[in-house]
Design a protein around this ligand. Structure first.
Ligand SMILES: Cc1cc2nc3c(=O)[nH]c(=O)nc-3n(C[C@H](O)[C@H](O)[C@H](O)COP(=O)(O)O)c2cc1C
Length: 207
């Protein structure tokens, strides 16, 4: 089997948000698609806090990220967990039908949970669309654009995660996003941050 064939599937990049008590929480997902005229499916890892909250509150929102969406949205929602942080603090949002969505995005879709299916690692949630709006006329970000132009990575919880290997003799790997730094990271200034998840060099291990 040639695993590289899977790299030819096409996706967008989204924030899937849910209620979380008085607030909202959410995570980045690329594994999302429209199933029928009013139904969306999205696959969320069992370990993600977002998974727990969708099951509890039975509703979720999708923010469609664009190429002009703020660069901090993917690091905040894709590389840290709502188990530990309030992700919506510091991100410009609007609240629609009780769920926060990303303001600087192409727009949002609101769904009510109608069904779900378990796999070994992920839950596939089926949502019936109850609301939606365009917010900004910008080009939707594709997963391919995220990788090619933003040099993006996906963490282990993402269904499309593929582990990267170092090519040189001296290299360090970011524990958060898997980014490989080729060379001696100790020579970088203390202000150095990972270009993908924005964590400091103390998050890198020698590989
Ligand atoms: C580009 C990208 C795509 C991702 N796609 C998915 C996905 O489709 N499903 C998923 O469960 N996690 C996906 N993730 C990983 C989650 O966003 C990540 O594990 C997040 O920290 C989970 O946060 P939570 O625990 O607050 O829910 C993706 C991350 C990135 C950066």
């Amino acid at each position: 089997m040639n695993i590289n064939i899977l790299k030819n599937l096409s996706y967008g990049v989204y924030v899937v948000s849910t209620p979380n008590g008085e607030k909202s929480t959410g995570c980045i997902a690329n594994s999302l698609m429209q199933i029928t005229h009013d139904t969306i499916a999205v696959s969320i890892n069992h370990k993600n806090y977002t998974n727990e909250c969708i099951k509890k509150y039975k509703r979720f929102a999708i923010s469609i990220l664009g190429v002009e969406t703020d660069d901090n949205v993917i690091p905040v929602f894709g590389f840290q967990s709502g188990h530990e942080v309030d992700k919506f603090q510091g991100v410009k949002t609007i609240t629609v039908d009780g769920i926060e969505v990303i303001e600087n995005s192409v727009g949002y879709i609101i769904c009510e949970l109608v069904n779900m299916m378990e796999t070994e690692t992920h839950t596939v949630f089926l949502g019936k669309i109850t609301n939606g709006e365009i917010l900004h006329e910008q080009i939707p970000m594709t997963y391919a654009y995220y990788h090619a132009v933003k040099n993006g990575k996906s963490p282990e919880n993402a269904p499309t995660y593929i582990e990267e290997k170092a090519t040189g003799d001296l290299a360090y790997k970011c524990r958060i996003c898997g980014y490989i730094y080729e060379g001696d990271i100790t020579k970088e200034p203390d202000t150095y941050v990972c270009p993908i998840c924005k964590k400091g060099k103390e998050f890198f291990d020698r590989v």
